[in-house]
Write a new protein. Structure first.
Ligand SMILES: Nc1ncnc2c1ncn2[C@@H]1O[C@H](COP(=O)(O)OP(=O)(O)O)[C@@H](O)[C@H]1O
Ligand code: SF4
Ligand SMILES: [Mg+2]
Length: 363
């Protein structure tokens, strides 16, 4: 087996929380990420999915070494990221880039798009003023924008266009892995499809790998080769996307699947994601962390923490009752299938539109 591009083992980050402004004292520890392990191969997209607060962004920041882990290791291109300093860390910043959820907040409003895209090139000492200007124009073209957009400011663009700028900035230094932290969560569904298509096209053209973070399984279905489902700081199921969608082996994955919007016009609401609130990561439940919301919980689940175990080829789940789970309930399977088909049709339509625009823009 060849070495993976990225390998994360036992990754853990606890945040100490203080209370009181004057006499601050320790109020406890938030277990944001608690023993997360996964690998990501070259050219692959691994999706990291789970409800808000389950530790997705903290995992992303640990992988990028924007924060230090409490425990665990991150290996990238054969090097231990957690031990890097100096030049190796600088060069890591070129090979590993991030696209944020909110492009407006992550683009400097006082800089033109050209300056924004040139900045990483200057920071890494790439090229001279002339070659950098050419590179900026090429980057704009790669993300479906025009060279004259370089003179404009971020506020002059739509949300989808701003995310294209965020992607162009990540591409500037020719990374091998891009961490996409909910890159489409703030966008309309039709614009989401355009941005996802762009990411897929760029992946094919440039051989990129993605760690793609989302809270919506529907988005991930057309993007991911493999999916890791997170709950309260831990991975509860991981496997090839096709196997995980067709045969989810963790009750939490099933509730996420059931939450995919349904196309039935008579059903106006989106089914809730599991019942009850997510418990606090400061005080996670004993045993299986999902037991307070799991319809299948038994006594054992309240005392004994399940570990990830193989349930199929490259497919693992952490549930005591995984083997007992009946086939995916027909309603959920049926509900997610047309919803997915609808999204696919939408993607195809937007893609055709985008291609038509590119042709008319260049002709
Ligand atoms: N700097 C921090 N200090 C304290 N708690 C934090 C910090 N960053 C994140 N957290 C907490 O860690 C948990 C995971 O957060 P995050 O990784 O942002 O989740 P997600 O991206 O899945 O929504 C949350 O409970 C969040 O409040
Ligand atoms: S271990 Fe028990 S509580 Fe946890 S997901 Fe499985 S059945 Fe539910
Ligand atoms: Mg987040």
């Amino acid at each position: 087996m060849t070495a993976p591009l990225l390998e994360v083992q036992g990754l853990t980050r606890h945040f100490a929380v203080k209370r009181g402004l004057v006499f601050s004292r320790d109020a406890g520890v938030v277990r944001a990420v608690d023993g997360v392990s996964f690998r990501l191969d070259r050219g692959e997209t691994l999706a990291l999915v789970g409800e808000s607060g389950c530790g997705k962004s903290t995992t992303a920041r640990l992988v990028l070494r924007l924060i230090e882990p409490t425990a665990g290791t991150v290996w990238f291109e054969g090097q231990d990221v957690t031990a890097m300093t100096g030049e190796p860390l600088r060069s890591l910043r070129k090979r590993l880039q991030i696209v944020f959820q909110d492009p407006f907040a992550s683009l400097n409003p006082r800089m033109t798009v050209g300056e924004i895209l040139e900045e990483p090139l200057i920071v890494h000492g790439i090229g001279d003023a002339r070659s950098r200007a050419d590179r900026v124009a090429a980057l704009l073209g790669q993300v479906g924008l025009a060279a004259y957009h370089a003179q404009r400011y971020p506020h002059e663009f739509s949300g989808g266009q701003r995310q294209r700028i965020g992607i162009a900035r990540a591409l500037a230094v020719e990374p091998s892995l891009i961490v996409c932290d909910e890159p489409v969560s703030a966008l309309d569904v039709s614009v989401q499809a355009q941005v996802i298509n762009l990411l897929k096209d760029l992946q094919r053209a440039l051989g990129l790998s993605y760690l793609f973070i989302a809270h919506d399984l529907a988005v991930v279905k057309h993007m991911a080769d493999r999916v890791a489902v997170m709950y309260l700081g831990q991975i509860v199921e991981i496997g090839p996307a096709a196997a995980l969608f067709a045969n989810p082996r963790h009750p939490y994955t099933r509730t996420l699947l059931a939450a995919i919007p349904r196309p039935d016009p008579h059903r106006t609401h989106v089914q809730a994601v599991a019942t009850g609130d997510v418990p606090s990561p400061m005080n996670p439940p004993a045993g299986c962390r999902f037991h307070t919301r799991c319809p299948l919980a038994v006594d054992r689940c309240r005392t004994e923490m399940p570990v990830l175990g193989a349930v199929g080829d490259g497919h693992s789940a952490a549930c005591h009752r995984s083997a007992e789970l009946p086939p995916l309930d027909a309603e959920t399977a049926a509900a997610s299938a047309p919803a997915a088909a609808r999204r696919l049709a939408l993607y195809a339509a937007r893609r055709a539109e985008a291609l038509a625009t590119t042709v008319s823009a260049t002709s």
